[in-house]
Design a protein around this ligand. Sequence first.
Ligand code: GDP
Length: 526
Amino acid sequence: MDKKTLEQEVAKRRTFAIISHPDAGKTTITEQMLLFGGVIREAGTVKAKKSGNFATSDWMEIEKKRGISVTSSVMQFDFDGKRVNILDTPGHEDFSEDTYRTLMAVDAAVMVIDSAKGIEPQTKKLFKVVKKRGIPIFTFMNKLDRDGREPLDLIAELEELLDIEGVAMNWPMGMGKGLRGLYDIYSHRIEMYRPESEATRFVPLDPETGTIKGNHPLKEDTIYQQTLDDIDLLSEAGNKFDRAKIAAGEQTPVYFGSALTNFGVESFLKSFLSMAPAPAEHELQSGNTLGADAPEFSGFVFKIQANMNPAHRDRIAFVRICSGEFQKGMTVKLARTGKDLRLNNATEFMSAQREQVESAVAGDIVGLYDTGNFQIGDSIYTGKEDIQFEKLPQFTPELFVEVTAKNVMKQKSFHKGMQQLVQEGAVQLYKTYATDDYILGAVGQLQFEVFQFRMLHEYNSEVIMKPIGARTARWIDPEQLDPRMSSSRNLLVKDLQGNPLFLFENRFAENWFKDKYPDIKLKTLM
Ligand code: GDP
């Protein structure tokens, strides 16, 4: 690919993730987008996959059991002149470090909110991670076909709970049974909810006055008058649309709509893709930055998925491309070891099937079959210059289990498996301060199940996991450590690097500790 083609290809890429709370409508809106992209022909395909009726891959036993498929990890399609990559952020019981880490590999995020429920806990958690990255966040207030909360309320809540300005891009004209349409503030048109024909779907507005030109039955509707009043109020008291703030993730454009009835989704997709950034430069550990259209190939591993089928021990390493062009069979350098690797087997992700990738550029994701070479956070590259991307953040685990080997005669394989599997970064290993017992921490329960399964099948070590449950992990300065501060309600452990931390039973235990030891600083990972 010559320089110009590479630049053009990169400029077309839009790579994002959808963050939401379960049931807000992420699957439904994803599916609508895939329909627009021509990847699927029928609504219900992704849904079917989710429920397991569509599982064609022999990927992971647990994945299959839970109805997730690796092919839905990344969905790629072309729309409106853009090449779109949607990275899935697994929710429900599959919520894990991977969900957070995926957010390190995207250039923008879409936040889907149920307009009847407003901002829910999982959205808040994911939002925090996105906000920290300073990437643009676009908001879709879903389920407008049902009665929900007042639009002004929903926008105010963004500021109150998430500390981000919301700027309305369109405005609902009614909701639920009274839904008439969407007043599109920036495209100067009204999108009718149930138009009689395609020709009457959009009603043009006079850009000067913001009112319907000429005659239209809507003009007699009180909801139309109400909307005009709302728009007046918004333009006086609402946040002002600010491109710089949007780019920095300080302001979120807000769109209303209904994914289920496919209302407002296409307009949303077009508007959001036009504003979402193409892949940008990346910071390197050396302090330099690397442009997305730099000629040499580079990328980093943000997720590793193990095959749970004992007959197929392979794993797949998900690589976000940051520069250059990926080509099948290319030889790259693995920054951590300095070793050369030939990338023979790569897979690109489509929603319907896995296909062999021919070439891919910055913003794209490739899956590399891996026999144990990669770790999460690894950088790979071609060319003479060393490329090491900044370290991926670690996320504070929330669930903990105590781990022991069932068979005391097999200590060797037990310790080996423990050491090697935690290297992958899916779970965190701790040891109790007093007795050196193993404790594992993770963001989601699934990680423990996968760990247990792999210990048995890959290391022939049966492990017993005793749940400790949810704990609040807080690191402390080693110099301030006094083992007498530990109790059953705030267990003292050390991480792999030997840093001390407390696992607090709950908020009360943490507050009690803070009162008792006001000088001790308690820190989280992210
Ligand atoms: P996810 O858990 O976020 O992926 O949510 P889903 O897309 O599976 O949707 C959860 C439920 O909400 C399903 O029953 C959907 O049919 C429903 N749903 C999604 N979007 C809408 C919408 O716009 N309006 C209504 N009324 N229901 C919706």
